[in-house]
Structures are given as structure tokens and as C-alpha cells.
Write a protein that binds this ligand. Structure first.
Ligand SMILES: Nc1ncnc2c1ncn2[C@@H]1O[C@H](COP(=O)(O)OP(=O)(O)OP(=O)(O)O)[C@@H](O)[C@H]1O
Ligand SMILES: [Mg+2]
Length: 292
């Protein structure tokens, strides 16, 4: 007698059996390489950290394994997910050749979201790294074992507000740069410099993979004519690189770091949470597009 392979089946009222699923004899595991995204803009206070923290949390909530890498000595992303600044916990020593970045990864209280925290010692990195050989590739080298471990689908690097050695290291390690732009008059100021630095790293072979991962408009207040004008100007400049989703100016978003929680865990039904959830979906849809 032939036996049918074991699988899920349903016995119907009339006694017949319907196969619900054809069991697969082979299991394929598709591994997608970890993507490293630097969240950067040398302008201060434009929403880099808010975007890095909240996009990370929303992407994690969508089931991806996310590492938030705090590369800013201000350590705002670290406190934004509820971690204390702890001496020796940052990537600083690893960047100088001491230990592995894998040892610096910590869990957060949020499912699917891990962090490499920052603390004040990273302040010295710009100066200390500049004296080291191959100083632009320190982070790329350090991050390699994390990428190879396949523990994460995405790594978001929160960069400091400068185009100093730390940011350049993030660019040298990144697949893409995500640029938050504040909806204000000088939004595009300094963007040509950012562009030039990215091109130099790309063309000189330091990081031939480097590309713009998109531009996200932050602190948008649709009631003002200025915000609408700025968005128009930025869309004209960057075209489809600008995400459809804009992040509204919202008190809840500004409050959530003081509770050590990303917005979706602080006030899930607020407009800020909805915006970062939409941004995460849009971001992943772009990430998942096959290369043309
Ligand atoms: N959409 C928003 N609505 C209201 N406040 C916001 C919003 N996004 C950011 N903020 C607030 O604006 C300030 C600057 O934001 P954030 O720290 O994210 O910028 P940043 O670019 O990382 O700054 P820095 O350059 O200092 O690292 C913070 O106080 C933050 O809470
Ligand atoms: Mg910041």
C-alpha cells in the first residue's frame, strides 16, 4: 500500500479528506546579507537620532532583526532606548583595535532590537583614529564579523553631527546613507558637502557600494507655508530619493526619549508612531527591491 506523505489535512463533513498543505521535503533558508545604513547629516538637531531610534524600532516590530549602532558621543540613541551610559561599553576600544564589536552588542527591552551603545569616550575617537593607519576603514573592518554572523538584517548607525572621522568611518562601512532633513529654510544647506564626501569615498574605492538610501523630511508642520515650500524644493532636488512619508512635528516624539522608549512603545497610536511605522514599511519596500 502506498502511503501519502505526512501533511496537514482536513476531514470534511462528507468524510472526504482535503490536503491543506503540500509538505516540502527540502527546507531552504534564504540568507539576505545584512545591510548597514548610516543615518547622517552634519547639521545638528535635524532628527538623525529620532529617526535612527524610531525607524530601528519599527523595522524590528515588522519582524526584522535590527542592530542600532550609536556612533555619536552624545549617546542620545543609547538613552533613547533606555540604556545607561556605561564606561567601556561603546565601540571606541574596538575601533582602536582592542576586542570585537560582537562583544559590544546588548539587548534592549524591545523585541528584535539590539544596540551597540555609545558613551563619552567616543569623543576621543575622531582624534585618536586620525593618527591610525587606514583610519577610515576601522569601522568597516570592525563591523565585518557582525555582518558575517548573520545575526541582523539591518544595522542602523546613528552618526554625530559632523563629517568627522566617525561619520566617514560609518560611510566607509555602509551600504546606504539615510539623510534626515528638517523642514526648515536651511534644510539643504551643507547637503552638497555631504554629497561630495560620499562621492569621494565611493570613487576613491574606500567604499564602492556606498549609495544614498533616501532622504526623510522631519519635523513637518503642514500648517506652515514654509514647510510646504521646503518639501517642494527638496523633492525637486532629490526626486524619488525622498520618502513619501514625512515625519510630523510632534510633542510625543520629543518626549519619548526621556522615557527611554521608541515612540511605538511609548505612544503607539500617536501620529509620530504612525509616521515611523509607514516610513519603516516604505524603507523595507525599497530595501527589498531587487537590484536593477
Ligand atoms: N518629529 C519631531 N517632532 C518634534 N520634535 C522632534 C522631532 N524629531 C526630533 N525632535 C526633537 O528635536 C531635537 C533634535 O532631534 P534629534 O536628536 O533626533 O536630532 P539629531 O540630528 O540627532 O541631533 P544631533 O545633531 O545633536 O545628533 C530633539 O530634542 C528631538 O526630541
Ligand atoms: Mg543625534
Amino acid at each position: 500500500m502506498m502511503r501519502s506523505p505526512p501533511g496537514k489535512s482536513q476531514r470534511n463533513c462528507d468524510g472526504t479528506v482535503t490536503e491543506l498543505e503540500c509538505p516540502s521535503l527540502f527546507h531552504y533558508t534564504i540568507t539576505v546579507p545584512t545591510k548597514v545604513i548610516a543615518v547622517a547629516n552634519q547639521k545638528g538637531g535635524v532628527g538623525k537620532t529620532t529617526t535612527a531610534v524610531n525607524l530601528s524600532a519599527c523595522v524590528a516590530a515588522l519582524g526584522r532583526r535590527v542592530l542600532l549602532f550609536d556612533l555619536d558621543p552624545q549617546a542620545n540613541a543609547t538613552s533613547g532606548v533606555g540604556l545607561e551610559k556605561v564606561e567601556g561599553a561603546s565601540a571606541y576600544r574596538v575601533l582602536l583595535g582592542d576586542g570585537s564589536l560582537l562583544e559590544k552588542i546588548q539587548n534592549t527591552a524591545f523585541d528584535g532590537l539590539a544596540i551597540i551603545p555609545s558613551e563619552v569616550d567616543l569623543c576621543g575617537a575622531d582624534f585618536d583614529l586620525a593618527r591610525e593607519e587606514d583610519h577610515l576603514k576601522r569601522l568597516a573592518r570592525a563591523v565585518q564579523p557582525v555582518v558575517e554572523s548573520q545575526r541582523f538584517d539591518l544595522i542602523f548607525v546613528d552618526c554625530p553631527p559632523s563629517l568627522g572621522v566617525l561619520t566617514l568611518n560609518a560611510f566607509a562601512a555602509a551600504d546606504g546613507v539615510l539623510v534626515p532633513l528638517q523642514c526648515e529654510y536651511y534644510a539643504l544647506e551643507g547637503i552638497s558637502m555631504l554629497n561630495r564626501v560620499m562621492s569621494q569615498l565611493h570613487d576613491s574605492g574606500v567604499n564602492p557600494r556606498l549609495a544614498l538610501a533616501g532622504v526623510v523630511m522631519t519635523m513637518y508642520d503642514g500648517r506652515t507655508k514654509l514647510a510646504q515650500q521646503v518639501v517642494g524644493e527638496v523633492r525637486q532636488h532629490f526626486g524619488e530619493q525622498v520618502f513619501e512619508t514625512m515625519i510630523p512635528r510632534s510633542t510625543r516624539l520629543a518626549e519619548s526619549p526621556s522615557f527611554g522608549k521608541p515612540i511605538i512603545h511609548y505612544d503607539k497610536y500617536s501620529p509620530g508612531a504612525a509616521a515611523y511605522e509607514l516610513l519603516a514599511q516604505e524603507f523595507l519596500a525599497r530595501c527589498d527591491k531587487p537590484l536593477s
